[in-house]
Design a protein around this ligand. Structure first.
Ligand code: DAH
Length: 337
């Protein structure tokens, strides 16, 4: 009898079930009303008195062993059932993919590096600005139409507080806090109340550049921007300047670079001109220097501002600005260099 029990214990230990049915059959065969374990319990009364102790212990061990094994297999089968089909649960887990920098960040870092080689530092300013630093100190007259050019987000109930519409506001803060020579670039987020489309967004990034010292000339501006264009877009890049207007620079210009898609031959992206506009610039207006406490008789300066998403679109051949803000991994994973 004891042998039989031991035999059943080892059967229970090694029993395996592929399906819930198989497991149930096993349970019934062992623990059911007419099951082997139940039968053995029924025979307990016939066991000789001196063997009762050993028999009883073994029998309980068997019962527990069967019950444990049934519970264990049941849990296993249930876990397997709730797993999606077609999945091999015995496979080792895959590795974690490394994250990469956002393309706008990459472009920003590259721009910072290029200007650092020319001695430009990085400065930052607040995204929530006041009217003074965003407009007035930059020579926007109170009723100046240029204030309408930029659809501004104002903070509710505070007509003087706004989300900066450009990083030119950081120029003002830098000049307020430092004496020339000043050579700095200011990357950051800017906000405009624009309808979102492939070419416009209400949030985007700019880099502002500012150089103030004695005898800074328009030639310095041109050479600095040409250096930047060649460093960033390659030695074949050329720039051209077109006269423009900004309240905070005089004279002002817009700068085009050779179209990086067609190398200047003419294509859809550059509307067959061979040129793409990348930034605005000019000589800092004397009123702007004076507003920040810099003597415009002694010092001159140049400034420029460019949109980072636009530069990233040219660099990576992206045709829709919205990709930068959606954080879709299928897009981000493609930009690895
Ligand atoms: N702030 C201008 C804009 O957002 C860009 C700009 C143009 C910045 C000329 C400058 C500049 O510093 O000199 O459109």
């Amino acid at each position: 009898m004891i042998e039989k029990i031991e035999n059943l214990i080892s059967q229970a230990e090694s029993f395996n079930a592929q399906t819930a049915d198989e497991l149930e059959q096993f349970r019934v065969r062992m623990l059911g009303k007419k099951g082997e374990v139940t039968e053995l319990f029924n025979q307990f009364k016939n066991v000789a008195a001196e063997q009762k102790k050993e028999f009883g212990q073994k029998l309980n061990q068997l019962k527990n062993q069967v019950q444990d094994r049934v519970n264990e297999l049941k849990a296993k089968l249930e876990a397997h059932e709730s797993a999606p089909t077609g999945m091999d649960l015995s496979l080792p887990p895959g590795g974690f993919a490394l994250g990469t920098r956002h393309p706008v960040n990459k472009v920003m870092n590259e721009i910072i590096e290029i200007f650092a080689r020319l001695g430009f530092t990085v400065s930052e300013g607040p995204e929530v600005e006041d009217d003074y630093h965003n407009f007035s100190a930059l020579n926007f007259a109170p009723e100046h139409p240029a204030r309408d050019m930029q659809d501004t987000f104002f903070v509710a109930g505070r007509p003087d507080t706004l989300l900066r519409t450009h990083t030119s506001s950081v120029q003002v803060r830098t000049m307020e806090g430092q004496k020339p020579p000043i050579r700095t670039i200011s990357p950051g987020r800017v906000f405009r109340n624009e309808a979102i489309s492939a070419r416009a967004h209400c949030i985007f990034h700019q880099v502002e550049g500012l150089y103030v010292d004695k005898r800074v000339s328009f030639a310095d501006l041109k050479q600095t921007l040409l250096y930047f264009a060649k460093e960033f877009f390659g030695p074949g890049a050329a720039i051209r300047m077109r006269p423009s207007y900004f309240p905070f620079t005089e004279p002002s210009a817009e700068v085009d670079i050779t179209c990086s898609i067609c190398s200047g031959k003419g294509c859809n992206v550059c509307k067959h001109t061979g040129w793409l506009e990348i930034l605005g610039c000019g000589m800092v207006h004397p009123n702007v220097l004076e507003a920040s406490g810099i003597d415009s008789q002694t010092y001159t300066g140049f400034a420029f501002g460019m949109g980072m998403e636009r530069i990233a679109m040219l660099r990576y051949g992206i045709n829709d600005l919205r990709h930068f803000f959606e954080n879709d991994l299928r897009f981000l994973k493609q930009i690895t260099d």
